[in-house]
Write a protein that binds this ligand. Sequence first.
Ligand code: PMP
Length: 301
Amino acid sequence: MMDRGIWINGEVKSWQDAHIHPFNFSLMYGYGVFEGIRVYQTSKGRMVFRLEDHLVRLLKSCKILNIKNYYTLDDLTYACHQLMDEIKGDDIYLRPMIICNSDGFLGIKAPKITIELIIAAIPWNYSPSDEDRLKGLSVKCSDTIKPLPNAALLGAKSIGNYLSVVTALTREKEIDDLIFFDQWGYVAEASGANVFVVKNNQLLTPYTNACLKGITRDTVFSLCSEFNLVTKEQNLTKDDLYTADEIFLSGTAIEIMPITNVDNTKINCVTTESISQGIYERYRELVRGNNRKYKDWLKAI
Ligand code: PMP
């Protein structure tokens, strides 16, 4: 058993022994897709959260990018299980990637592209203390604009789509994250999470024209039905952020995380009574297997 490992082309290898060729087509041109999936320890053992939804999105990302993938949903599911059989530990992050090779051809119009499936499993102990969670994140509105949907194919979780976001983040030292806007000045998303705004007892989130259709975002929609909150997709501007009652991010890695400061404008303090805290608590309960209503989203692994 290992505490981290990599499934690569049918075999589970140690972290050090997994290799790809340096002239990998995805490395040269960003042409590849990936997913981020969480495995949680529960009272019934280790469970993977919404595995099928993540793998379906991976397949959809291939389709959007016209990557000729031959792995089926069953193959991908089997590979994740095969990898997890070799990994010890409680909470694990799974990162499947479908990357491409052009067999030594360095040009862009490669005559032949082959694919490789790689899945990494690493221990995931990120869990902000209650104190840090209540402190929330400080963010800035980025002046890096999200590309038009048809320019960047933002519905795919592709490697290339992270270039401008990573570049923008490298220039920021003081803040926790950036909020990106679309071409029309509406909120798109954070670097790796969707954005929610609480205002006048409504829960608002941008349409998915310029952001990823997050699986956690979808989970929040389900949880909100229990909070008696009107939840809707809506165009949101900077003003909506500055005057929000609460703002939070949703994403597989960060789960539900409040934002308490935008461009040095203080957003209401998060308290144990806040809506974002309530949604976070429900989310934790769900992923740890303590809400039977959503038991189909968790599968033993
Ligand atoms: N937007 C971006 C750019 C992301 O990378 C992620 C993380 N996958 C999300 C949103 C949230 O998606 P999910 O809830 O499916 O993790």
